[in-house]
Design a protein around this ligand. Structure first.
Ligand code: ADP
Length: 270
């Protein structure tokens, strides 16, 4: 357990001079690990009290017609804030778990068409008919990865499209593959994003418009979760957008993640 972690850096000067630097980052690494464990523990501990609160509030909410109106409104407010806190705690826990273990344990051959259809149904529920959602599958091959994690990544992208693209927008969930790779993408024709913000979008709690994001029910952790899920799949997120011209979020996988034939459960893997 008492391993030392060293970071090496080689700098080239001209043709034949090299500078080698070694840095002891053991302490830094340990602190980083402590931060992750702390966030995971706190999030986990907060879940039970929040569940209890939400339970009582639901009971009182059902009795709203027997209560004075002011009290009824207060309970509705407490309910929505408790839900927000639960979403935040769940996302924090998910994110710190993604950072802590290395992934790959529940990898399976998954069928992108099934995954995208499931996400579309959830996004349609959130949209409540205000957007046109569509699934396009351009390749018959499957993808090797964690169904649960990739479902959560693509859901985050699709929910964002519903939240930010505005009423009447068209949202396309697409799977395509080619020689060197494959891509799960979510495209919308909404307002788009200023290029200035794009490099920072995957940072925790980074938002283009803080007030609006909070009102839409986001936790500010969605794209950070997407980024970490993709890292565990040798994949990366590409964001392509121009103001007024919509946004495309692409999850780019290497060809090594492509699989032929029908999806199979993890337990039947060779
Ligand atoms: P949240 O949505 O909870 O604020 P995210 O990490 O999911 O957090 O997204 C970060 C920010 O990226 C959002 O606040 C929003 O400003 C911007 N964003 C994400 N998706 C889109 C989209 N499809 N169109 C426009 N802006 C987007």
């Amino acid at each position: 357990d008492e391993q030392m972690i060293l970071q090496f850096q080689i700098t080239l000067y001209g043709d034949d001079e090299r500078l080698l630097m070694a840095r002891d980052i053991t302490r830094l690494h340990r602190l980083e690990q402590m931060r992750r464990d702390f966030v995971a523990n706190v999030s986990h501990e907060l879940r039970t009290p929040l569940t209890v609160l939400a339970g009582y509030l639901e009971t009182y909410g059902d009795m709203a017609d027997q209560l004075p109106p002011r009290l009824g409104r207060g309970i509705a407010q407490m309910q929505s804030q408790t839900t927000r806190m639960q979403n935040l705690v769940n996302d924090l826990l998910l994110l710190s778990r993604l950072e802590i273990d290395r992934g790959g344990q529940d990898d399976t051959r998954l069928d992108p068409a099934t995954l995208l259809d499931a996400v579309r149904r959830d996004a349609e529920a959130l949209s409540a008919g205000r957007h046109h959602l569509e699934v396009v599958v351009e390749d018959p091959r499957g993808l090797q990865g964690s169904e649960k994690e990739l479902h959560s990544a693509v859901s985050n992208l699709a929910f964002n499209a519903v939240r930010y693209a505005g009423e009447g927008s068209r949202i396309v969930l697409r799977w395509r593959a080619w020689g060197e790779g494959a891509c799960l993408e979510v495209e919308d024709d909404g307002e788009g994003i200023d290029p200035l913000h794009i490099p920072r979008l995957t940072e925790r709690f980074y938002r283009v418009d803080k007030g609006r994001s909070t009102a839409t029910g986001g936790t500010g952790l969605g794209l950070a979760i997407v980024k970490h899920v993709l890292l565990r799949h040798d994949a990366r997120l590409e964001i392509d957008s121009r103001p007024g011209e919509g946004a495309t979020f692409r999850c780019l996988f290497p060809a090594t993640r492509l699989v032929d034939g029908q999806p199979q459960p993890a337990t039947q893997r060779a």
